[in-house]
Design a protein around this ligand. Sequence first.
Ligand code: COA
Length: 167
Amino acid sequence: MRVALCIAAETARPMIYRPYAQEDFIALYAIEEACFQPPLRFGRGYMRRLVHAANAATWIADDNGRMAGFAIVDWRRDAGVVTAYIQTIEVAADQRRRGVGGELLRCVEQSARAAGAALLWLHVDEENSAAIHLYETHGFCREVREENYYARSRAALVLVKLLPPES
Ligand SMILES: CC(C)(COP(=O)(O)OP(=O)(O)OC[C@H]1O[C@@H](n2cnc3c(N)ncnc32)[C@H](O)[C@@H]1OP(=O)(O)O)[C@@H](O)C(=O)NCCC(=O)NCCS
């Protein structure tokens, strides 16, 4: 047993963060189903549109071939200014508090910067203290509270982060 464990440790690859591929959808949606119950859950069709949108990037946390989490960001240009919006970040329950969410956040921020975004923003359930901590740890600030944003009259916080050009 001890020999087998050593071999496993030597051959184990670290978590990698990579762009979404079409064959990821089933595992990605399984994480969505584990993280959110209806009516808060994204529908399968809506999720497919998000991950295939031209103005979006989906990042996968890949733990030796098993999906540990994912994040989706999209962006739009209005009057010459690009803003990016985090649609979601989700980490499988048994992989949380290991920095996966933080790394996924770094990946989506990188995609937003590459798209020329000056600002990254999102909605988060005001009762989702884990996610709010994650975002605030990574430099997001509370902008406004939106009453009844989510189903069942749940309020959202809008969090924003300015993305000054990197020197
Ligand atoms: C929110 C979520 C993505 C965080 O993922 P994670 O991989 O656990 O995050 P990390 O390990 O990178 O944590 C980074 C920081 O976020 C904060 N944080 C994360 N989970 C937390 C928790 N349960 N309670 C308090 N702070 C928490 C901490 O500041 C943490 O840093 P620390 O571990 O050094 O204290 C994860 O809990 C999740 O998938 N939740 C369900 C889906 C969801 O609600 N997504 C948000 C949609 S807006």
